[in-house]
Design a protein around this ligand. Sequence first.
Ligand SMILES: CC(=O)SCCNC(=O)CCNC(=O)[C@H](O)C(C)(C)COP(=O)(O)OP(=O)(O)OC[C@H]1O[C@@H](n2cnc3c(N)ncnc32)[C@H](O)[C@@H]1OP(=O)(O)O
Ligand SMILES: O=CC(=O)O
Ligand SMILES: [Mg+2]
Length: 606
Amino acid sequence: MTATIDTRPQGANPYAPDAGLAGLGTPPAARNGSPSTPRSSAPSSLPNGGVGASRTGARRGVITVTGSVGPRYGEILTTDALQFLALLHDRFDSARDELIAQRQLRRQDIADGSDPDFRASTRPVRDDPHWRVAGSRRAPGLEDRRVEITGPTDPKMTINALNSGARCWLADAEDASSPTWPNVVEGQLALRDAIRGTLSFTNEAGKEYSLRSSDIADLPTIVFRPRGWHLDEAHLRYTDANGITSSALGSLVDFGLYFFHNAAELIARGRGPYFYLPKLEGYKEARLWNEVFEIAQDALGIPRGTIRATVLIETLPAAFEMEEILYELRDHCAGLNAGRWDYLFSVIKCFRTRGDSYVLPDRAQVTMTAPFMRAYTELLVATCHKRGAHAIGGMSAFIPDRRNPEVTREAFQRVAADKKREAGDGFDGTWVAHPDLIPVAEAEFDAVLGDAPNQVTRLRDDVVVGQHELLDIASARRGGATVTSAGLRSNVSVAVRYLDAWLRGTGAAALDNLMEDAATAEISRSQVWQWIASGTVTDDDQLPVTRERVEAILLDVVASLSPDHGNRIEDAAEIFREVALRDAFPPFLTNPAYQGHLVGSPADQV
Ligand SMILES: CC(=O)SCCNC(=O)CCNC(=O)[C@H](O)C(C)(C)COP(=O)(O)OP(=O)(O)OC[C@H]1O[C@@H](n2cnc3c(N)ncnc32)[C@H](O)[C@@H]1OP(=O)(O)O
Ligand SMILES: O=CC(=O)O
Ligand SMILES: [Mg+2]
């Protein structure tokens, strides 16, 4: 007998096969136009004269393209693909809004002093020893994931990642991506071409790139990461059955387009539709994804249980619900990943108003061996293996520099130590940011795994982690780690330089020999916010971190960068002020940055 978590939505599936794509109304064709920024607007007449109607007469929503249309965009934004997106939005648009509201309530509870804990109501799921996840069974290409390279999906990076020799590639529309409209659609085009073995690319210097095999089964297994639930897609407008129009949801757009265009092709070519799911904050969000998968598979006639998802455990609330998340997704779940950078961001976000004992030291001084981080990763491995799921390790931010052997040597040493710890702890695989790090990580996992594809059968019954261990945030500073003036300046400088790159369409950048992306930038800005709010004093000079002090650093950073950068530095500084220096704390920097500064910008144009 298996356990149940309260109630699943019951009732007939409105998208059961008999009401699939063929039953939908015709959405408007792609058209030129500029996106409008507010998410919702009052009922308006639709470009195709009204909301769609199904064969059975039920009213349907439609998706309208408002972004400009570049070469070959029509291959992605087909009428059928837009209908499929509309179907997903009809079913899940308001459910996502409810979940976002629940996140806010939960964060407020924590801010008010209530510590997160394992839920009493879901104890039956945790106590039931019988259930297991689908894991890598009938999921070709997912059995051995010892080294996964990550990166954005532009054509060059796609080819380089697929030629890299890693076992898997996390094709990223999330932390490593700036969600400009061209990146969104052209990323889908690159993936579509790569899966069909036809992708090629020539850079400005005339260097030609092509895949080392046209057979996708010879290349790293693609695991696609759509945007999180918090992000909108302003270039596609969803009009629901009542005529209410809003921006489409980034997560459904990314997932839906990838699944629609590639699921059948991947299966035919000996792979499958595999996903990473980012930034979940609890099991109800996993349930929502599971329902998305069921409806998507039904609509395209793909058997339920074909999709495999690996869920990032990268928020503090989710660390208390790992088992429930696995349970909700059990028929579609491959494993969990320890997303350390967003996890740190989430820790700061949750406890940012709870005073000095929750203040972390300089970002660079919080390592994976800090007791609260180790508790989280050990619990993740133990939970996964108990349920037959893969545990995938995270990203060390040290990256090599092919022009600087000293930097490269340091990166190799740091990454090797990180991967040795992960493999020793029982992780089944890990992430690397750069192709030159693949052999380094592989050596550490080979030493533990040998010829075995994974170590899922290695149970970690010895792990005893409870609420106290997960919330022992103060342990980060117990070993003498400090908050320094250099750390403060580095946070400001990294956040501004990253935002500048992001506004120009690049979602991951090498800054000061470290990989920086949306998650690491979130840490930088939220640390500054927390240090100001907590009246933190920098240990080296005993000066308080105040708004005035940070503003002076910001002006200095901008002045030092302006000569070498384009005109987005001032905008980057403005975003930094908005997300780090105001009383209010936006839950994600990417929300105001997207709506206020990216949509309609030069990088956002085709
Ligand atoms: C918190 C998280 O979510 S972590 C996951 C999200 N973050 C990421 O995925 C970051 C992935 N990594 C990267 O984007 C890149 O490695 C960067 C931006 C950090 C550095 O990139 P570069 O400055 O181009 O590095 P470098 O010049 O050393 O690259 C050498 C070559 O390797 C390629 N390369 C570097 N990283 C990658 C990668 N991750 N995937 C594929 N190819 C890569 C470069 O394209 C370049 O190829 P080329 O010689 O054909 O031009
Ligand atoms: O997505 C990964 C992370 O560390 O954040
Ligand atoms: Mg992340």
